[in-house]
Design a protein around this ligand. Sequence first.
Ligand SMILES: Cc1cc2nc3c(=O)[nH]c(=O)nc-3n(C[C@H](O)[C@H](O)[C@H](O)COP(=O)(O)OP(=O)(O)OC[C@H]3O[C@@H](n4cnc5c(N)ncnc54)[C@H](O)[C@@H]3O)c2cc1C
Length: 362
Amino acid sequence: MLSYARLLEQVKNIDVERYAKTRNFYDGHVSGLSPFISRGVISPQRVKSIILSGNSIEKSKMFISELAWREYFQRIWWQHGEKILTDFYHTQNPTVHDKLIRNITEGTTSLEAIDGPIRQLLTTGRMHNHARMYVASLACNIGRAHWLHHARWMYYHLLDGDVASNSLSWQWVAGIFSNKKYYFNQENLNRFSGSTQTGTFIDCSYEQLESLDVPEELRDTAEPTLECKLPESTMPQLDYDKPLLVYNSYNLDPEWRAQESANRLLLLEPSHYQKFPVAANVLNFIVSTARTFIPGIQVFTGEFQEIPGLQMFSTVYFKEHPLSNRYQGHADRPDWMFPNIEPRGSFSSYWKLCEKELWRNR
Ligand SMILES: Cc1cc2nc3c(=O)[nH]c(=O)nc-3n(C[C@H](O)[C@H](O)[C@H](O)COP(=O)(O)OP(=O)(O)OC[C@H]3O[C@@H](n4cnc5c(N)ncnc54)[C@H](O)[C@@H]3O)c2cc1C
């Protein structure tokens, strides 16, 4: 596992010009930061300031706009809570079922440039952004399955799984959080993946694709079973004369109150993981990231209220987050990139305001 210093170095080394030109290609230059951003190890604000310390706004604009997509989704989660888990602006239409498409979940759709990334997701927890868009489009727009179970399936396997980025991206592709469904054909897939496959069920024009019956390859369905086994609970060693800092899978920030002498607890709440299950390798990633980046952290499986001797702490700190709203104590504010800008509609209207702010503060 990477050290924190190496992670900061990785951010410094992002070539923002190459990123802007190649990010949509499977072999393009992307940062690979999302598992660390999603787990709260490093904030988009910190990434942005490192990037801007070595690059002009003009050159960094594309990269920062992608960070802004993340912040935009987070802000919508903060504003609307669990509404993001339902059809947000429009109802998905048409749908033929709300199950999983078996060949998608097993990486056997017959589309080589889709099956490879799916198998990579199942084994490594990583998937390129463009492959995620293709998979979501295949499931929702060509396979006409409702987005929710597929989004939960993808979240389950992703090391960077984030409830807001995940469910709102799925809804964006399916034309629920946007005004248009996202489609791709074999020609587009080959261009960005480097595949040379032809003669597939998506080897046709966009007009044909949009009126296609659900292809044979996407008809077999499967019931979702996403098991999540948390580590056995052990009794943490706590010093009640010191404050308690509560971490979770969305806050593993090594710099958070780092100078304070405190108890540091990674809380794995069964109620959270029942609602948002994750695969064993994702859980291992969360626990090993916590242990690597936060010296002295202990892992506690249980609900917030079950933390042993909770009432005996004079201060309990945590970071404000939609998933921490049942915690009690002092909530530290998040480190937004654009704290004064609230989304009030589309991403492009939000980004226009962010861009103005970028130039104003240069
Ligand atoms: C269907 C679907 C599901 C997704 N699910 C998730 C998810 O669960 N968690 C998650 O973090 N991202 C999700 N994304 C967004 C995106 O795919 C990943 O953030 C990106 O692939 C991460 O790779 P990277 O760190 O190399 O990104 P880079 O391209 O290097 O971008 C830098 C950072 O900007 C943010 N970012 C970049 N693109 C996006 C985007 N389209 N939306 C939101 N933030 C972005 C990420 O924090 C990323 O680490 C999803 C996208 C789609 C289409």
